[in-house]
Design a protein around this ligand. Structure first.
Ligand code: GLU
Length: 282
């Protein structure tokens, strides 16, 4: 049976891009199970009214999900347990760098390796000696925890993921994973016990997701997440990265660019079937 999910962050009201993602995931389940997950790790930006908005918008679109809905803010213990597992395997190290220090270090380097979101973390704290690390930890210096992706590669076989090669998700291509693509990613911070990547792999596994549908803009995330799945011995879902809905100027619709919300469209009297027609979905 196919199990898919829609995993919005409640940091604003949903817009057409979310409607497309949710309808795509619902359709992809093909009578299997469609789950919902509230990705509210960012406690400073997540708001209860937006969570309620997600439920209202999905109901309005006629999408019914299978309970229970999980919320990432309820699952910090699960993430901590996974982090401990990685720490026990010495795959994680504390990073004391501030953003400014990282930028300065990158500017100093002759050639900073680039990742999908800009220059990669230069590995400054990975090179600290045990004594230096201990002294900084003992001093109470704030730190994040990073994955040592070089060490992870040494432990892992060649990985790949299955990506749908047609719109009906019947055929799949094997895509080789690039484990170093995003470098030593942050897995947790002082104010956030899990990063997006860590939380997603634990949640997808716990929700029994067999097919992850999401925008192509998250393709680089899949490389990182396959590495974490493998290190944590989690099942490997299939993937179908869909196109991203753009506005008239060719930019991705987003809360930041103040894309019109589904709620606002509803208030204008737009009907769900018009939304579907606008998105060219059945
Ligand atoms: N919460 C993410 C977003 O709203 C989606 C994460 C995912 O599908 O893996 O963009």
């Amino acid at each position: 049976m196919i199990v898919t999910r829609f995993a919005p962050s409640p940091t604003g009201y949903l817009h057409l891009g979310h409607a497309f993602a949710a309808i795509t995931a619902h359709e992809a389940a093909r009578g299997g199970i469609f789950r919902l997950r509230i990705e509210d790790l960012d406690r400073a930006r997540a708001r209860e009214e937006f969570v309620q908005g997600i439920f209202d918008d999905l109901r309005w679109l006629g999408l019914d999900w299978c309970e229970p809905v999980i919320r990432q803010s309820d699952r910090f213990d699960n993430y901590r347990a996974a982090l401990s597992q990685l720490e026990a395997g010495e795959l994680v190290y504390p990073c004391f760098c501030t953003r400014a220090e990282i930028s300065a270090e990158i500017a100093r380097a002759a050639e900073a390796p680039q990742g999908p979101d800009g220059p990669l973390y230069p590995g400054t704290c990975r090179r600290l000696s045990r004594a230096e690390r201990r002294a900084l930890l003992n001093s109470g210096a704030p730190h994040a925890l990073r994955l040592d992706c070089g060490k992870a590669v040494e432990r892992l076989p060649n990985l790949w993921f299955e990506e749908a090669s047609d719109d009906s998700n019947t055929d799949y291509d094997k895509v080789p994973v690039e484990p170093l693509l995003s470098g030593d990613i942050v897995l947790a911070r002082k104010d956030m016990p899990a990063s997006y990547h860590l939380a997603v792999v634990i949640d997808d596994a716990d929700q029994g997701i067999t097919l992850v549908t999401r925008g192509r803009d998250l393709l680089p995330a899949t490389h990182v997440q396959r590495v974490l799945q493998s290190l944590l011995d989690l099942p490997r879902p299939r993937y179908a990265h869909h196109h991203v809905i753009m506005d008239e100027s060719g930019c991705k619709l987003s809360k930041r660019t103040a894309a019109k919300s589904l709620r606002a469209l509803r208030a204008e009297g737009v009907q769900p079937r018009e939304i579907r027609a606008r998105l060219s979905v059945p």
